[in-house]
Design a protein around this ligand. Structure first.
Ligand SMILES: [Zn+2]
Ligand SMILES: [Zn+2]
Length: 138
């Protein structure tokens, strides 16, 4: 939370109780929530907050780097409070995105012809498949 507050201040973003609450919801959701799911949780504490405010706040957070926007497999953007290097497991059935770390995957080499044309800012391995819950119900 301290780092979050510091980052906001550095970027001239006022740290309001609402913004802190939105960030807290994100930290507590390890499932890479969409703006809609953050909105549904935040209205428990702030019933009057609008979806638009939540959505805009999340985009601002992503811009200043306190959270990340991650690959999404539907129209809704998905957000991640974990900005350290990590990889994702993606369930193609329920859309669940879970984190995992693996140092050997961190070292994945970018092909030379891609590195020439494309300014690489990050690398992430996404393993898609079927999560244990979906496998059970199938
Ligand atoms: Zn699943
Ligand atoms: Zn993640």
């Amino acid at each position: 939370m301290e780092l979050f507050i510091e980052r906001c201040r550095q970027n001239g973003l006022k740290v309001t109780p609402q913004r802190m609450a939105i960030y807290k919801v994100l930290i507590e959701s390890a499932d890479h929530p969409s703006a809609d799911s953050v909105y549904r949780k935040i209205t428990e504490a702030y019933p009057t907050i609008s979806f638009d405010t939540v959505n805009r706040t999340l985009l601002t957070f992503a811009q200043i780097g306190v959270i990340a926007m991650v690959e999404s497999y539907s129209v809704a953007r998905r957000f991640d409070s974990l900005t350290d290097r990590h990889h994702h497991l993606h369930c193609v059935k329920c859309g669940l995105i879970t984190d995992f770390c693996d140092p050997s995957l961190d070292e994945v080499k970018v092909p030379e012809q891609i590195a020439k044309l494309f300014t690489v800012l990050g690398k992430r391995v996404v393993i898609s498949g079927i999560c244990p819950d979906c496998a059970k119900s199938a």
